[in-house]
Design a protein around this ligand. Structure first.
Ligand SMILES: [Zn+2]
Length: 109
């Protein structure tokens, strides 16, 4: 069977290391493309990955947010569930910097 992503590689049985929000969820059985390394899991495995993500509290953490004006600066609203996950408090100081086209907000653990 050919890979549906690159249309070149053959799919082989293997394992995939799953991460969500930088948290390692575990190794899961998958078919992996020999060429582009894209991995595909069946629906039962996808459910297991979802379950692992929920157990680690990272399921559904990513969210859309809007940039707003705050004086001459721009402000990013941090959704409540992410604030709670990172234990962020109002007025807390955080480090903020760009990295590979991403905006990193570093909480002091
Ligand atoms: Zn491929």
């Amino acid at each position: 069977m050919k890979c549906p992503i690159c249309n070149k590689g053959n799919l082989k049985k293997g394992k995939t290391k799953e991460y969500m929000c930088g948290v390692f969820l575990g190794d899961f059985p998958a078919v992996v493309c020999a060429k582009c390394k894209e991995s595909f899991t069946d629906s039962a495995t996808t459910k297991k990955i979802e379950k692992a993500a929920k157990e680690k509290g990272v399921w559904g953490l990513s969210a859309k947010t809007k940039i707003t004006m705050a004086g001459n600066s721009l402000a990013v609203r941090i959704p409540k569930k992410i604030a709670e996950y990172l234990h962020l408090e109002n007025s807390e100081e955080v480090m903020i910097y760009p990295e590979n086209n991403k905006l990193i907000v570093e909480a002091s653990a």
